[in-house]
Design a binder for this molecule. Structure first.
Ligand code: NAD
Length: 485
């Protein structure tokens, strides 16, 4: 495995201009296993200049079909290097290998999906009457900036870079401070497959410093941001300086899951869903089902079965076989989740299982045992705020109306779900949930082919699906006078 990573600017690997290198820590062992160069504001400007220059270089001669084929070839390279990428992702982010492998495949699918969209973009003509021809061109926005978080670094990179490139834009990517190696490894595959210099640039480094430069620059014609609400507000403010379009903002979530199956014999699905909400990415997912509203007659058996299932989850480093969940990605996240667990207890929630470090893993590693709080209510901070860890809250409810009202009583609106065997109930709840994404009888329907994004504080815009790529284009109207003498 490579142990020293550099910035990728204008097709060249380089140190940051002030020579800063930062150690990269394996969150399962707390050991340093690599180092990465960090960029400075000067490096961010170099990347922006490279991206802008590349718009009129070789890249502008590539047909949409060629751009599409190129993205498909990068997808194939990602799959050829899947084992190495997954190993690197697990090493720096902590998720078990099977989850890292799944994320690598997601990255390949985004590249493939939007590669397929590249030559499907069209403009239109508008009939204004005789003597005139009016047509609408669909053009790339130009230089785009992509600011990513640490929880799904490969997936989120490809989710926006793939449609941006498919539509003919150039990109500067700023990965999260803690987790940037996989983004750089991915950039090397783009390079290997022949991306022209400057079309894709990756600048790791301090978010507040680089983010400000990248989002305030007048050369930038589109910003994609995934991260916290607090940083999202700063990005919107910076973008307002030059009225730069914000293509999408995928912010936090506090997804609700409504358990309304017929009787306790149908609890397998929701119980598996609750365990998955804690195990997948150790709960560090924006769509994590963290609030469980359970019909009162199902409440006791649900809690009992979830506790039993959770006790069977194996927590540990990705190097151990059969691990269901790994450590949290960083010390910062570990401390944050532990403080929410203490808060839950002081708020009066009943701890059913978990509640601290798992036994038998020693003192090293940012491990948190999957934690279930029962007897919660919507006024508790652990129910209202995004914890972003392997913690769920469970709340008994007496009716579907009450469950929908409580689910919607959140400043977030990314996704939510219902477990039911009643089709009418399912449709009615899907219509009433104030979120961008609803799932019924399962939590895993995030995909490349479907629009994903939130309402309220969860953000704006949609990623994925055939319409997502349109946000990376702009329309230009052209009118011709056909009666010129
Ligand atoms: P964060 O807001 O701290 O950081 C996100 C990115 O912004 C990082 O690259 C960071 O370096 C950069 N940044 C920091 N300050 C900046 C500034 N002033 N200007 C511009 N960029 C700046 O978020 P995080 O902790 O990395 O990620 C966790 C959050 O992301 C959670 O709230 C989670 O719900 C959200 N998230 C949402 C989705 C989604 O699709 N909705 C997906 C993943 C994560």
């Amino acid at each position: 495995m490579n142990t020293s990573y550099q910035l990728f600017i204008n097709g060249v690997w380089r140190e940051g201009s002030d020579g800063t290198k930062v150690p990269v820590i394996n969150p399962a062992t707390e050991e340093i296993f690599a180092e990465v160069s960090w960029g400075t504001p000067e490096d961010a400007i170099l990347a922006l200049k490279a991206g802008q220059k590349a718009l009129s270089g070789e890249w502008s001669t590539w047909s949409p079909a060629r751009r599409g084929r190129f993205l498909t070839s990068v997808a194939a390279a990602v799959r050829r290097n899947a084992a190495e990428l997954a190993q690197l992702l697990s090493s720096e982010q902590g998720k078990p290998l099977h989850q890292a492998t799944s994320e690598v495949e997601d990255a390949a699918r985004y590249l493939e999906y939007f590669g397929g969209c590249a030559d499907k973009l069209t403009g239109m003509t508008i009939d204004l009457g005789p003597g005139q021809l009016d047509f609408v061109l669909r053009e790339p926005l130009g230089l785009t900036v992509h600011i990513a978080p640490w929880n799904y670094p490969l997936d989120i990179f490809c989710r926006s870079v793939a449609p941006a490139l498919a539509a003919g834009n150039t990109c500067v990517v700023k990965p999260a401070e803690e987790i940037s190696l996989v983004s750089l490894a991915l950039a090397s595959l783009f390079q290997q497959e022949g991306i022209p210099a400057g079309v894709l640039n990756v600048v790791p480094g301090p978010g507040a410093v680089l983010g400000k430069v990248l989002t305030e620059d007048p050369r930038v014609r589109g910003i994609v941001f995934t991260g916290s609400v607090e940083t999202g507000r700063k990005v919107l403010e910076a973008a307002s300086r030059n009225i730069t379009p914000v293509i999408s903002m995928e912010l936090g979530g506090k997804a609700a899951s409504l358990v309304f199956v017929k009787d306790a014999s149908e609890l397998d699905g929701p119980v598996g869903g609750a365990a998955g909400a804690m195990a997948w990415n150790a709960g560090q997912s924006c769509g994590q089902r963290s609030r469980w509203y359970v019909r009162r007659d199902l409440y006791a058996p649900f809690l009992e079965r979830v506790a039993e299932r959770v006790r069977s989850l194996k927590v540990g480093p990705f190097t151990q076989p059969g691990v269901s969940l790994g450590p949290l990605a960083s010390k910062k996240q570990f401390d944050k989740v532990m403080s929410y667990i203490r808060l839950g207890q002081s708020e009066g929630a009943r701890l059913i299982v978990g509640g601290g470090r798992p036994e038998g893993l020693g003192e090293k590693g940012y491990f948190v045992a999957p934690t279930v709080f029962a007897d919660c209510h919507n006024r508790m901070q652990i129910v209202r705020e995004e914890i972003f860890g392997p913690v769920i809250t469970v709340i008994p409810v007496d009716s579907l109306d009450e469950a929908v009202a409580l689910a919607n009583d959140s400043s977030y609106g990314l996704s939510s779900e219902i477990w039911t065997s009643d089709l009418t109930e399912a449709h009615s709840v899907a219509a009433r949930l104030d979120v961008g994404h609803v799932t019924i009888n399962g939590s895993a329907a995030f995909g490349f082919e479907v629009p994903f994004g939130g309402v309220k504080l969860s953000g704006l815009g949609r990623e994925g699906g055939p319409e997502a790529i349109l946000a990376y284009t702009r329309l230009k109207n052209v009118w011709i006078n056909l009666n010129r003498k």
